[in-house]
Design a protein. Sequence first.
Lengths: 256, 290, 335
Amino acid sequence: MNIQAQQLSVQLGGRPVLKAVDLTLHSGELLGLIGPNGAGKTTLLKLLAGLIKSQSGSLQLDHQVLLAIPAHERAKRIAYLAQHSQVSWPLTVRRLVELGRIPHLDNWRKTTGLDRDIVQQVMEATDILALEHRRFDSLSGGERARVLLARALAGEPEILLADEPVAALDPSHQLEVMSLLQAHCRNGGAVIVVLHDLMLANHFCQRLQLLYQGSTLAEGPPGDVLTPDHLKQAYGLQVSDEARIDRCFLLPWKMK
Amino acid sequence: MTTTMSFHYKHCYKVLLPGLLTLLSVLYALTDSALASSPQRVVSTNLCTDQLLLMLAAPTQIASVSALSLEPASSYMAKSAEQYPVNHARIEELLRFKPDLILASPYNSPSMVTFMRKLGYRVELIKPANTIDDIETNIQQIAIQLGKKNKGDALVRTMRQQLAAIKIQPQRKRPGGLFYQPRGYTSGRGTLQDEALRRSGWRNLASEAGIRGYQHIDLETLLRLRPVHIFTSAYAAGTDSLAQRLLYHPALRHLTAGTPITNIDYKYWICGGPMITQAIRLLAKARPVQ
Amino acid sequence: MKSLHSINQRQLLVTLALLLVLLAISSLLIGSEPWPMIQALFSHPDQRSSILALILTEVRLPRVLIATLAGATLGLCGAAMQGLLRNPLATPGLTGSASGAALGAVIALYFGLSSRFALALPVAGMFGSLLAMVLVYLLAGRDASVTTLILAGVAINTLAMALISLLLNLAPSPYAVQELVLWMLGSVTDRSLNDLWIMLPGTLLGWLLMLGCGHGLDALTLGEETAASMGIGLNRLRWQLFIAIALAVGSAVSITGSIGFIGLVVPHLMRPLVGYQPGRLLTISALGGAIMLLLADLAVRLIPAATEIKVGVLTAVVGAPFFLWLIIRSRRSQT
């Protein structure tokens, strides 16, 4: 499985949001999308999820034009975890995770035993079995994030597109969610995750793509991307001198 | 009637006396002439009085009839009404005709009646007829007002002869029928339709079920009364409404074994008059042959 | 809450279905006068069977079936509309579809279309319903707040009601003017099997289209983007629901008038029973709506009154306080 995107450009309301961006993704990869606010990360993710169209460029999933794949087929392979997921009705946790099976259901088919088994496994993996009868609106932020992730995973997607899944989580929950994404990749899936936390990006992602003003500023292993130069250019900040870039510690220290 | 009239005149004097001496004299002259000779400028403000006026008065006596009298569905005298100016029972309109007699019904606007009387006009209220006796009374009353007593008596006589002429075969058992109008109304005791049904050899099942006057009847109740024939006086043929659709309810057709509802025009009895005899003749004709 | 979620969905379905059948049977037996079936048995020994059969098949059966269909339609449409707009106040009554349908039906009935072609009545109702709904939707916008939606709904409803009363005044039939109440509040009395046949095709087609939207509505719980990423075609879903609601509501309203509040109250009462899931709510809400309207119709027959109270009067009298309670509760939850 692979995603090949070339020269993707998107304009929203006449304003260029993405400018000729390339992106590749292979099975087993955890790709981190980083960049300052407004760099085009979410737009790129939505493009990959087939939610919007690019004005130019090509986007292929296994050498097939992504948008040419019927939406319900695409939905079986690609899951999208939105940035500000709102849940309109206070479903119970199990019901909410079960919604993740919808891409695999026909209009008239209800969930079967197989669907329920998969939901059970995903809930086990995301450690939310204890919450199964709780209403979504009664959950804490960390619990909600795990439940929404479980919903996305329940569709057994090859590719998971997660937009800031750890925003507003405490450090331990952040680690928990990131490890779940990592586990998904270990099981043969692939993940593109939008992150603001450079430490997490550095620690968990095999590859990073740094977007800046709608273009790719840098792409590659975290060590190659998270250089002081790149960070200065993209975020306008200086990295702490004491903590040099290594595999485990990166500390934004002061504005340049 | 005369007592209420004199009361009103007294009342008028009381109201008008202060400072209106000239008007008073005119008023005197008016009432005087009205009582002394027959009225020459009669205005009728209501279909019921229109029809009797048109039947009884000399054409020269009639100043105006109400607009409804031109309506052929409800007015039996529509044809002869055409030659007269119409009114809508509005005060300004009535004043223009300078009437020496205004015929009205208790259903006319009470403020119009009071006002016209206050101005000194002679307003006669004719009660709607609910029986054939009422019709005779009304005919005679209006005839006297118009100074046409003989014509009134003749009209009553003819009506009685026509009624007597309707042959009703004596039957072992009188068939049961009833009226069913759009919106599900029926005519019970104390209505012209009730008397007409009975005089034409029918039982009015609505009256027998305890219905008085003009009342709504439940479709189920109607079915349980099991009329062999249903009559209606629906007007505005060719128009559609939920009210009118009720008459086409399939249950009614089943009930009367396919006999369609018989329509007997409103003009025969929306207002009581000698034309009731024609309605009775039609009802009698509709009786099942035994 | 936990106990509610553990309600077995199949048991719920069967219970409601049984309740519906029970109510339908009692509706067949109870008339506007107390126990007329028993009276009839004793009073007319000669013809009792034929009259009984006539009342049962030609008066009560259509009434019960029409009430069932219309009630189910209102419950179902309420649930579907609330699911689509993710707004518990969205109902056929509030989003214009009912008054639009009434307007369409009034045009067809009083101006001679339906006397020439019987199906013109529901078809005009459907078009009216669709038009009003789309107008409200365009006025309020896709992600309308409750206030905007209610305002848009009020505007379109008022317009439709004004046009209905204008048309009834202009209608050639002298009886038309008095029928405004009927269209505004609705009634199921004195309907015939003909009316049932007229409303049936649109109703069934509408139901089918709506019930096919269950997964889409479920997915919409997670927001439009997520639903789209789950393979739900949002435009298609929206139009399918609009057309389905127009078909069903247009058919029902053109026969019964716009019966209010069932589409609002029933989904609300049923929602906790299905764990708030919009897809599951559809069938349950349809059953609940049918039960509610049958109950209201039974009550109307049993309440002693000179002329029968319109069933819509009863649903409004019960439903309006409920609506107020909803508003107060939503106000509290916002503050």
